[in-house]
Design a protein around this ligand. Structure first.
Ligand SMILES: *Cc1c(COP(=O)(O)O)cnc(C)c1O
Length: 430
């Protein structure tokens, strides 16, 4: 296995890009090797600049649910390009997208398109505050909602009162209205509402947490959030940037049968292009400018090329309702390979979302996820990479299966997983 050209590019990149990358997890820093620079991708495979063709379980962190370079999506994108790249004026496809969202995710009666998940969440929070006239928001430790200031928060020692920024450059004042509770811990949520009964604008949650590795909501947890937000007249926001169109066509809210007031989308909705969206009840969304007083705008929002890719992707998903069964079946094959081969690991899986944690502790929240042996994960990662299987270069990310993964891909992957857990651990650690 040769990665000379990737290494060369990485050396150049580090001169001119922070850490050599445009998003931190791509750097492979947590798995202790140089990142691969990708030249092309097709179906379930990506090929790096040295010509290594790898089975891809990152899928661009979720958007690639149909596999890379799906012919129908490419065709729509190419046709859209011929009509011009951007106008800064409304287009028919934006209307079609909003109409389709209201059908696929019925709670999104009215929605606004933006260009990333970060932007969608940041805007939804502003709407929740504008609508309720309240300042505080409640999030969960280990849930990621993009990199806007008010959401880069970790729980302090006295979580209710002393939350601290999770990033340099975020003034403590900017996170003083962000409360942090523990995922799957109803009591920690109740405590926040009891302390600030009239001040919490919204609870925001990943309905399946997928940014501390995949962590499932325990039975009744989402329904509890629905009930307590109603009781205190706060809004419930589901951040479905990962779960949207992945767990089901209607996202986690369809899968679990719990309806939020506002939903944020990203990743799959762009079909590989930069798209995000937020939306919800018409009554709430009427607050958004120019209908209402909550300002939010974007030069490239609803971009014609991006919406072409997104619409094509969503329509394929809509027309092929067996796809979610196929995706889950593939994921279960991998899950079973881990469960039969691995010791001292936990596998959290729902639908086509799955993570393998290197810990003995069942992973139900951030503390349990953080108990993982990240050095063991790094070891496993490198073993797979050397055998041309590309999984997330971090313990705290999901493994993504696409519709393009073949039985042959899965056979090979299961074989390597088995090899790692039976022989590889000592081989690569000695
Ligand atoms: C990826 C992600 C975001 C941020 O989306 P970007 O497009 O990277 O800005 C927000 N929330 C969740 C749940 C995500 O997984």
């Amino acid at each position: 296995m040769n990665d000379a050209l990737s290494r060369e590019l990485y050396a150049r990149a580090r001169q001119r890009l922070p850490g050599g990358v445009n998003s931190p997890v791509r750097s492979f820093l947590s798995v202790g090797c140089a990142p691969r620079f990708i030249a092309s991708a097709k179906g379930s495979h990506i090929t790096d600049v040295d010509g290594n063709e790898m089975i891809d379980y990152v899928c661009s962190w979720g958007p690639g649910i149909l596999g890379h370079a799906h012919p129908e999506v490419l065709e729509k994108v190419k046709a859209a390009c011929d009509a011009g790249l951007t106008y800064g004026a409304p287009t028919e496809r934006e209307v079609e997208m909003a109409e389709l969202l209201s059908v696929l995710v019925p709670s999104m009666e009215v929605s606004r398109l933006v260009s990333s998940g970060t932007e969608a969440v940041m805007s939804a929070i502003r709407v929740a505050r504008g609508f309720t006239g309240r300042d505080k928001i409640l999030k969960f430790q280990g849930c990621y909602h993009g990199h806007s200031d008010g959401l880069l928060v970790k729980a302090g020692s006295a979580a209710l009162t002393t939350n601290v920024p999770d990033s340099a450059g975020v003034p403590a004042d900017f996170v003083k209205h962000t409360l942090v509770a523990q995922y799957n811990d109803e009591q920690s949520v109740r405590a926040c509402f009891e302390a600030f009964p009239d001040e919490i604008a919204a609870v925001i949650v990943e309905p399946v947490a997928a940014n501390m590795g995949v962590v499932l909501p325990e039975a009744g947890f989402l329904r509890f959030l629905r009930e307590i937000t109603e009781k205190y007249h706060a809004l419930l926001i589901f951040d479905e940037v990962i779960t949207g169109f992945r767990l089901a066509l209607g996202g986690a809210q369809e899968y679990y049968g719990v309806t939020p007031d506002l939903t944020t989308l990203g990743k799959i909705i762009g079909g590989g292009m930069p798209v995000g969206a937020y939306g919800g009840k018409a009554e709430i969304m009427r607050c958004v400018s120019p209908d209402g007083p909550v300002y939010q705008a974007g030069t490239l929002s609803g971009n014609p090329i991006a919406t072409a890719a997104g619409l094509a992707t969503l329509r394929i998903l809509q027309q092929d309702r067996d796809i979610y069964r196929r995706l889950e079946a593939k994921t279960l094959r991998l899950r079973d390979a881990f469960l039969s081969a691995g010791a001292g690991i936990q596998v959290d899986q729902v639908g086509s979302l799955m993570s393998v944690f290197f810990t003995d502790t069942p992973v139900v929240d951030y503390a349990a996820a953080a108990s993982s042996d990240t050095a063991a994960y790094a070891d496993y990662f490198r073993f797979l990479l050397e055998r041309n299987i590309y999984v997330a270069p971090s313990q705290f990310e999901a493994l993504f299966v696409s519709d393009a993964h073949t039985q042959e891909d899965l056979d090979r992957t299961c074989e390597v997983i088995k090899e790692y857990f039976t022989h590889g651990i000592c081989l690569s650690r000695n």
